[in-house]
Design a protein around this ligand. Sequence first.
Ligand code: ADP
Ligand code: ZN
Length: 531
Amino acid sequence: MSTAEALDESEALTTLHRVFGYEAFRGEQEAVIEHVVAGGDAVVLMPTGGGKSLCYQIPALVRPGTGVVVSPLIALMQDQVDALRALGVRAGFINSTQDFDERRTMEAAFLAGELDLLYLAPERLRLEGTLDLLSRGKISVFAIDEAHCVSQWGHDFRPDYLALSLLGERWPDVPRLALTATATHATHQEITQRLGMPTARHFVASFDRPNIQYRIVPKADPKKQLLSFLSDEHAGDAGIVYCLSRNSVEKTAEFLSRNGIEAVPYHAGLDAGTRAAHQSRFLREEGLVVVATIAFGMGIDKPDVRFVAHLDLPKSVEGYYQETGRAGRDGLPSTAWMAYGLNDVIQQRKLIQGGEGDEAFRRRAAAHLDAMLGLCETAQCRRGQLLAYFGQDPQSGGCGNCDTCLVPPDTWDGTIAAQKVLSTVWRLERERRQKFGAVQIIDILLGRRTAKVIQFDHDQLSVFGIGEELTEGEWRGVVRQILAQGLLAVEGEYGTLVLTEASGTVLRREREVPLRKDPPKPTASRSSAGS
Ligand code: ADP
Ligand code: ZN
């Protein structure tokens, strides 16, 4: 680089090089940072892993004062702050995990102007003490992370977020930045409105990764299927194979090695030295395959990963997107390949049921799983589904670079079935002002007089028993698939089904609803498939 260019370099870019050690900005980062450094408000929608943090960290470093980051993820604050401190950034947090002295120290550092970044939980900002503290220091920027929490209709609504509009009133001269990874157009509107950011500029990064080919195959003999996928299409390529358990990671790595593919395992059960060695081989060598649990991949920036294969179902579409997103960062053709079977569904359901967390947590996990299943079962463009999941408009007519576009699966016309589901939800919502989950909707369709059906007089609904032509399992498939198509939504901690804007197009017969036939058959015993 010539001296002239170096002098021309913006302070933001210098900070990117000097503090973070990265070469260039990604996607919308530069535009966002320039806008905020200049004092503008911004709403940023970027996929997870897209690099949202730098969008506020760099303005916080470039502008005078402390950047205040509002984040609901208290559990992550310590890690975030540690990572920043390791880079020499003066970062701290104030939250309920601290004792009085720790909090006092942090407050003093803020007032003395010794902090570049201060992380706060949203509930802190309801305390007059906190607001008073903030008004006695100098603030460079407010970053509101996970901004979709302000949406009362979303899964993650946090009442404390509603109070954040006050930041703009009290600090009209401090730029504000609202960031989120998942937002429909409606949520975006709500963010702008409820946070009181009418003049904010919107930066919407595309979630599309056009060079990644998405494929999901029915699982039969997964290791053999993987082997032929690798030898047919990716011989000598670097890639990642994700498995759920440490045991299957070990076995799969061994199996591939025995069959002439250079593969190493990576999971949290291996000692740190082995893990580091395998990771650095992966980064250094050209054609190594890492078989790993999801512990592998965070912060790994290898541009020429040619494939990501899943032998087990990810827990959510977000996870799938993030993991497959590690392929093809260099923009060259890459494959996201997954083998999926009914046993995956059962396994994941069991994990949710037997797992930690309260009822609300489990329901949310189930809703995430259902969306992932919808992606597996779709008869439509996989990329389109992914984009729609993140609230982005898919390309009409399909992408031409996923399995369902390349080899369209058999489908049946599910329009009437979808209408039956949607009218049942509609009757409950509009006539009864009630919301119910899938079980109740299906019981109504099947005309079952269960205790709960009787209790709510649902046998009196005109839709009671109109769905006897399908089995319960088939109805679940219909519900799952229309959920995945965005024709129906899941809401709240009880996982109730609610209509979406798109539901109307089906109810008014403005569109057809093709559904995929023959869900992937289980490979092992059918008897265990009771879910
Ligand atoms: P998000 O908050 O959007 O999920 P992060 O801010 O955590 O994403 O960034 C994801 C990863 O990408 C991190 O490991 C981060 O260091 C890296 N990253 C972000 N921006 C860049 C960049 N311009 N160059 C290289 N790596 C980057
Ligand atoms: Zn497609």
